[in-house]
Design a protein around this ligand. Structure first.
Ligand code: HEC
Length: 477
């Protein structure tokens, strides 16, 4: 009895092999298992190694077969669940984006077939050259101007730091326009995320030698938790406008050659630094690289954040609806910005909605969108309602992830006529089902602290009629 078994198995194996080769011969192509060198390395180099390499954000490098092979099964799981690479836009309900780093269906299938086929190495000769990464600035050349944080900030070995706020003066005397901006953390091991804004400072306030804002009463703000108004809220500073942010995997904003981000003379650069101590006393001085537009800028790139008017020349203030009910405001006299009295998110609310409805009062061109919410953020969707009533979803992020503050840059800029409305439909999950939720039993307030909530459907656009003619262009070879 015992001897028969191996013979039977052997016979079956031979029979199976014959059947398989017969089928493939008829189909005209052998069912080849993809190999690492030929099929997988090109995908990994193109879509993964920007983060999965030594010194970068991901905890493991994927540069060689030896690096990747032990992760094969996990890679398949993460890739098929669309959890890697991080990219939140649902391709079926969104327009196309020029910075889309998600995998195509074909790439996903290739990875799955490689893993299912035993994740073979393949021929060494098929291996593509390893990608070269710029050691310095991503844009490939030195910036026209590098601005530094005003101080080398000391970070203790441990503890929790609030978001640190520093200010430095914009060092030119005429407004200038930036085509490309990049934040380079000074010390990657401690910079968790960073944001750079241009702001005015309140009357009577000044910046001290530590780069801190000191108000008219002489009280210095050190971090957002003890800011000017007890809870300093930078978007409440007059003229606040976001330049860009840095999070792992994001830190360069490259705009179109004829569209510029205005960096006005006389304003201040506000550095918002979030540090995670790494067990050793250390320091950081992050930098902002600026590449000016080299050709005539025709339009200024504007960023709309919640509470702003859209086209600032003609009003057009947003309405907000919380769970369907209109939200009240306290209007700031003479300002285009209003403070909404948004109700708290109740404890355990699982699918709490906040929708901003922004009237478009002039023809605009829309370039990019960037959802910003905090730990209860669940989803955010941009819908355009045209004057004829037609609705178009242009970006749907069904599973918002606080860890990835992604900017979605439209492949084709979108013309939106006056009379349209832009809806930003946000959902929040304050229930225990949300794995990031620190306290489902508590109501959630609106503030900049990550344990409170925010609703910021950042939208980048220009106003078609606002054509620039007299801006300073950096003339270079
Ligand atoms: C924008 C940066 C970024 C890109 C691009 C990226 N990853 Fe990741 N990846 C991370 C980070 C950060 C982590 C660790 C934190 C986490 O798991 O979310 C990670 C973790 C992983 C893990 C481990 C998950 C676990 O459970 O331990 C796998 C597998 C993975 N990535 C695969 C990939 C593959 C395959 C690609 C390309 C197709 C890719 N990643 C692209 C940043 C990135």
């Amino acid at each position: 009895m015992k001897r028969v078994v191996p013979i039977l198995v052997g016979t079956l194996a031979v029979a199976a092999a014959v059947i398989l080769s017969g089928v493939s011969a008829k189909a005209g192509a052998a069912p080849v298992v993809p190999t690492f060198t030929k099929d997988i390395a090109p995908i990994v180099y193109n879509k993964c190694t920007m983060c999965h390499r030594a010194g970068e954000v991901a905890p493991m490098a994927f540069m060689t077969y030896e690096d990747v092979r032990p992760w094969a099964k996990v890679i398949k799981t993460k890739v098929m669940a669309r959890e890697m690479p991080p990219w939140g836009a649902d391709p079926e309900h969104s327009l196309k984006f020029r910075n889309d780093r998600s995998l195509s269906r074909a790439e996903m299938d290739t990875i799955a077939a490689w893993v299912d086929g035993g994740a073979p190495r393949g021929n060494a000769a098929d291996m593509p050259p390893a990608p070269k990464f710029a050691a310095g600035w991503t844009a490939g050349r030195e910036p026209d101007v590098i601005l530094e944080m005003p101080v080398d900030f000391a970070i203790p070995a441990e503890g929790e730091l609030g978001v640190q706020m520093f200010y430095s003066k914009v060092p030119w005397s005429e407004d200038r326009f930036a085509e490309t901006l990049e934040i380079r953390p000074g010390n990657r091991s401690v910079v968790h995320h960073a944001g750079v804004f241009v702001v005015d400072i309140p009357e009577g306030a000044h910046i001290d030698e530590h780069g801190r804002l000191v108000n008219a009463e002489g009280k210095a703000s050190s971090d957002r938790g003890q800011g000017l108004a007890g809870r300093a809220d930078v978007t409440a500073l007059p003229g606040a406008n976001k330049l860009l942010s840095w999070v792992p995997g994001r830190g360069v904003d490259q705009h179109r050659a004829d569209i510029g981000k205005r960096i006005p003379a006389g304003k201040y650069i506000n550095w918002q630094m979030h540090y995670n101590p790494n067990g050793r006393q250390t320091s950081d001085r992050s930098r902002l690289g600026i590449w000016f537009n080299r050709q005539q800028v025709t339009h200024e790139l504007l960023i709309r954040q919640a509470g702003d008017a859209l086209a600032t020349t003609k009003g057009g203030l947003s309405l907000y609806r919380a769970e369907g009910k209109e939200v009240e405001y306290s209007a700031d006299e003479g300002s285009t910005r209003r403070r909404s009295k948004t109700p708290d998110i109740p404890p355990y609310a699982e699918d709490w909605s906040l929708t901003g409805i922004t009237p478009v009062t002039e023809d605009i061109t829309l370039y990019a969108m960037s959802p910003h919410m905090h730990l209860r953020g669940k989803s955010l969707k941009w819908v355009i309602v045209y004057p004829d009533g037609r609705e178009q979803t242009i970006l749907d992020v069904p599973k918002f992830d606080f860890n990835w503050q992604i900017e979605y840059e439209l492949e084709q800029p979108l013309k939106i006529p006056a009379g349209s409305k832009i809806l930003g439909i946000g959902k929040y999950d304050n229930s225990p089902k949300n794995k990031w939720n620190p306290a489902p039993n508590l109501p959630v307030y609106w503030s900049e602290q990550s344990w409170d909530e925010m609703y910021q459907p950042f939208t980048l656009y220009s106003v078609d009629s606002q054509v620039l003619t007299d801006m300073t262009v950096t003339k270079q070879q």
